[in-house]
Design a protein around this ligand. Structure first.
Ligand code: LLP
Length: 423
């Protein structure tokens, strides 16, 4: 059986392993639902980015929102990465994990003044600003703190990334970025404001992108702007092309990161911009296929119209299927011989939308441990406590070594900040 995604995930005999570790054994030892990440898979996903960018000024800023576990951030920090953050909370995580604030870019359409102050104090490298209103507030906050905020404007290149509407961000109708037509004027304004220093330009056109063309289109639009902005007298140091490279969940065939970057750099050089520093903000492509969610089969409910396989993980653990109708592979961690009936794999949460996979051919019995694949990105970070369910534990494996990188939440953890009325 071929599995989508990671070469670090494979059956040894009948037993699915991530790197050198049996997933069923991990589920038995640590309980389910359980997220398990491969450290080597993450580093292997980073390598083509670094290889393609070697020899020129660059920074790979891992997008923390994809998976913000401290051990994951530490892995990327130790490998030389910077970080793309979207909140003060993510900044705190990066610092706690040992990340270098001077390699942090702060994105997001709604940064608060408190977050701006926190980031200035930490000394982040740059703010990716999304509107004139935000520029003015940032300038005020920086001036009051006696600091200068380095800024890059996120421009909206108005290209269609050809991905799910919820995760497509580079079209005119999106809330993100400064419209292409207003970019030059907005840069002029930024250059006038006392608390700011313009340093770069940035765009991010969407997520789970599986083609090179939208990136090249966006790059051309960005380079047009760089030329116009510099002609207006505002120098641009770096170009940040965002994240968005897709992964294989089923049969998608996204370009390899080094192939994509090779084409982008060739275009940058051909247009005479080869001296500029280049930044990327990959999230999913670094961690998505490095992680699985393990869940135990609790009950089989064969029915007239549908067969339901009720597992102990739910939409609160993994929201992507319920939220985007995302298809994520589900396999049994122990191979069984014989027929594989078709099941809807559903969780215990009281919502019909609580499913992890529909119409899946699976040879399963109660007590089996299933693995939802490609769950390393936007899995745990989007988990909630709906139905007062504690969030899953998280493990990191490296070869045959296993570390618990987050304990399972207990019920008392979930209401410890709440208070009964005084009576
Ligand atoms: N930079 C910015 C400004 C972003 O907004 C994002 C993702 C990234 C970088 C990283 O993009 P990536 O390389 O991971 O595609 N929850 C959705 C994905 C939302 C992505 C939001 N922005 C999902 O589960 O598919």
């Amino acid at each position: 059986m071929t599995l989508p995604g990671s070469p670090f995930l494979a059956y040894r005999g009948d037993d699915l392993h991530l790197e050198g570790v049996s997933l069923k054994a991990l589920a038995q030892a640590h309980g389910t639902p359980l997220y398990v990440y491969s450290r080597q898979a993450m580093l292997a996903a980073l390598a083509p980015y670094q290889k393609a960018l070697a020899g020129r000024p660059h920074l790979v800023c891992y997008a923390v929102k994809a998976n913000s576990n401290l051990a994951v951030l530490q892995t990327f920090a130790e490998a030389g990465c910077g970080f793309d953050i979207v909140s003060g909370g993510e900044l705190a995580r990066v610092l706690a994990a040992g990340g270098d604030p001077a390699k942090v870019v702060f994105s997001g359409v709604g940064k608060t003044r408190a977050e701006m102050r926190q980031a200035l104090e930490a000394g982040v490298r740059c703010f990716n600003v999304e509107s004139t209103a935000e520029l003015e507030v940032l300038s005020e906050v920086a001036a009051a703190a006696g600091r200068t905020a380095q800024v890059s404007l996120r421009v909206n290149p108005d290209v269609d990334a050809g991905t799910h509407p919820y995760i497509s961000t580079g079209l005119k109708g999106n809330k993100f970025g400064v419209a292409h037509e207003q970019a030059v004027a907005t840069y002029r304004r930024a250059a006038e404001l006392p608390g700011l220093a313009v340093t770069g330009i940035d765009c991010h056109i969407g997520s789970q992108i599986t083609e090179v063309a939208p990136y090249l289109d966006a790059l051309d639009r960005v380079l047009d702007l760089v030329e116009a902005i510099e002609a207006a007298g505002v120098p641009i140091h770096h170009i940040d092309l965002g994240g968005g490279l897709g992964i294989t969940y089923t049969d998608e065939a996204p370009p390899a990161a080094d192939a994509l970057i090779g084409q982008l750099l060739a275009r940058i050089d051909a247009r005479g911009h080869g001296h500029r520093e280049v930044l990327f903000e990959p999230g999913r492509s670094l961690v998505g296929n490095a992680g699985v969610l393990l869940t135990e089969v609790m009950y089989l409910k064969p029915g007239e119209q549908k067969n339901f396989c009720v597992v102990d993980a739910a939409m609160n653990d993994l929201a992507r299927p319920a939220l985007y109708e995302a298809w994520m592979a589900i396999v049994n961690t122990s191979v069984r011989q014989g027929d594989a009936p078709v099941w809807d794999v559903v969780g215990p949460v009281c919502e019909s939308g609580d499913w992890l996979g529909r119409d899946r051919a699976l040879n399963v019995q109660a007590g089996d441990v299933l693995a939802v694949l490609s769950a390393g990105a936007y899995g745990m970070t989007m988990a909630s406590n709906y139905n007062t369910r504690g969030r899953a534990a998280e493990l990191m494996v490296d070869g045959e070594q296993v570390w618990v990188v987050r304990e399972r939440e207990q019920a008392a953890d979930l209401f410890k900040l709440e208070k009964r009325l005084p009576r």
